[in-house]
Ligand binder design. Structure first.
Ligand SMILES: *[C@@H]1O[C@H](CO)[C@@H](O)[C@H](O)[C@H]1NC(C)=O
Ligand SMILES: *[C@@H]1O[C@H](CO)[C@@H](O)[C@H](O)[C@H]1NC(C)=O
Ligand SMILES: *[C@@H]1O[C@H](CO)[C@@H](O)[C@H](O)[C@H]1NC(C)=O
Ligand SMILES: [Zn+2]
Length: 476
């Protein structure tokens, strides 16, 4: 039987710092997406020999890394150490040792069976892996399909994996017209007491109930893990669908890859005839500690999920109707490399959807001792005008937040950015990740530093941005 092969031995991999100028060349046809290494955004290409030869004559080529695969490639996986605060790094942690330990696990067959996470198994790795590119904080690996599916479960703390797509992806810049719309909203933005009354009514007690269901801390939901393959993620998906529908939205569970829990896509119809669509999102899947079956994802990304649910509940409570289509989406497969959002953004692009603003909320709750409540916005991946809009809305409606940029890059908004939709992200800190429970089985909501008031402040910003950019009427 011939395994499903992405590229035969001899394939050329090219990794180079992202620049829009890269796409003015033959490389465009062999683009496999952008990947981060904690500091830089890199683009991955798989050019043929002729393209490589003509391209390497260019000046840009001097910063490119080129590798040739010695084995057939089934699946490429990018792994990176996330940008985390130095306070989280122990004296003994070294990127090199962590990564070597991971490579060892990758080549050692092992089964980790758990009650709620039956697929927490590292399959036989007959193919082995091939290391194609490596820096101290990132690597590009070729692995078998089986290994790829569960690779996130054997990564060391603070490391994250992204599955590289199985076909080349296009590069679609955000169209000038789309940016114009955001600029128009920005130019007319000013304090509106009606908007303030709506966003101030976001309910913290309700958020506390909701997050305790999603993490399983309520002792009733039975959710142990919302890992994309775990039973708990399906419980969460059905529950989210029902809760969003309670608020007047029409929801669909949209599967995107076999074995993965589905995306939960909810829509409110506009009261005028328009194709303009504002989309707010979060990812409801989670990750736990290596070897543990518990993945409560209280902050990552239960906090973003409860924020968009709180927004839905507020839309219902205040009888908000929109002058634009509004979608609230909870993605799955984020932890395996933005897989749910990539599939959905691709679908929207194929449908020629008119997404006017997209905002992903990922990790809103953690506030380090002694720090003020904050709102972090993406330094690299995102549409500057949308990021500016969110920053301005924050200054107006949540002045308690200190707004700044973060290098903790890249959640599901990257999938939309790649498809040329105006997008940004909201995050809990104007700096690298400081949550000591990041990707940890202890990521509960009932703990030191988990700040519901900060989540509310950020949710106010999301909802106010939605109201200002979509246009609205209140019926209550
Ligand atoms: C969306 O509506 C605008 C204005 O009516 C129209 O010009 C445009 O073609 C529509 N776009 C799509 C993709 O249907
Ligand atoms: C998208 O909607 C906005 C807001 O209504 C409109 O200005 C713009 O022309 C639309 N774009 C497309 C491509 O239909
Ligand atoms: C938005 O923020 C920028 C930069 O901080 C500021 O110059 C501008 O006046 C703000 N605009 C509004 C409408 O608040
Ligand atoms: Zn996340």
């Amino acid at each position: 039987m011939v395994a499903n092969v992405l590229a035969a031995a001899g394939a050329i991999l090219l990794v180079t710092p992202f620049s829009p100028a890269l796409f003015d060349s033959c490389l465009l046809a062999s683009y496999y997406g952008n990947y981060n290494d904690g500091q830089t955004t890199n683009s991955v290409f798989m050019p043929d020999a002729a393209c490589l030869e003509s391209w390497t004559a260019q000046a840009l080529a001097s910063s490119a890394f080129i590798a040739e695969a010695t084995q057939d490639i089934q699946q490429l996986v990018w792994v990176e150490h996330k940008a985390v605060d130095p306070s989280l790094m122990t004296a003994t942690s070294s990127f090199r040792n962590e990564f070597d330990g991971f490579l060892q696990r990758l080549s050692t067959p092992k089964r980790v069976l758990g009650r709620d996470q039956e697929v927490l198994a590292v399959p036989e790795n007959k193919m082995g892996y091939e290391l194609l590119y490596q820096t101290p904080t990132a690597a590009l690996l070729s692995v078998s399909h089986g290994t790829a599916r569960t690779i996130d479960t054997i990564l060391p703390r603070f490391w994250k994996s992204s599955l590289v797509p199985s076909t080349a992806v296009g590069f679609v810049p955000v169209p000038v017209d789309a940016v114009k719309h955001v600029k128009r909203v920005l130019s007319t933005l000013r304090f509106n007491p009606e908007v303030a009354a709506v966003v101030d009514s976001i309910s913290v007690p309700q958020m506390i109930n909701d997050i305790r269901f999603l993490t399983g801390e309520d002792g009733v939901s039975g959710i142990m893990s919302r890992h994309s393959f775990a039973e708990g993620s399906r419980t969460a998906a059905s529950w989210l669908k029902a809760r969003f529908e309670d608020t007047g939205a029409t929801c669909e569970l949209q599967p995107f890859l076999l074995g993965f829990a589905p995306n939960v896509v909810c829509a409110y119809p506009p009261i005028v005839d328009t194709n303009a669509t504002v989309l707010l999102s979060a990812h409801y899947d989670s990750r736990g500690s290596f070897g543990s079956t518990r993945a409560p994802g209280g902050d990552d990304d239960g906090s973003g999920t409860m924020a968009i649910l709180a927004i839905a509940r507020t839309i219902k409570r205040k009888g908000v109707k929109f002058h634009s289509n509004v979608q609230l989406v909870a993605f799955a497969g984020e932890e395996q490399g933005l897989l749910g959002s990539k599939a959905y953004a691709r679908k929207l692009r194929e449908e020629d959807a008119n997404i006017t603003v997209m905002i992903q909320a990922d990790m809103l709750a953690y506030r380090a001792a002694g720090e003020p409540p904050q709102l972090g916005l993406p330094e690299t991946i995102g549409t500057p005008e949308v990021t500016q809009l969110v920053a301005n809305v924050s200054a107006i409606y949540s002045p308690e937040l200190r707004v700044g940029y973060t290098a903790a890059c890249c959640s599901d908004h990257q999938s939309f950015h790649e498809q040329g939709f105006p997008a940004t992200q909201v995050f809990e800190r104007a700096g690298p990740i400081a949550d000591p429970m990041y990707h940890n089985s202890g990521d509960l909501s009932d703990r030191e530093g988990y700040d519901f008031d900060q989540v509310k402040s950020i949710a106010k910003v999301q909802l106010a941005t939605l109201l200002h950019s979509a246009g609205y009427e209140l019926s209550q």
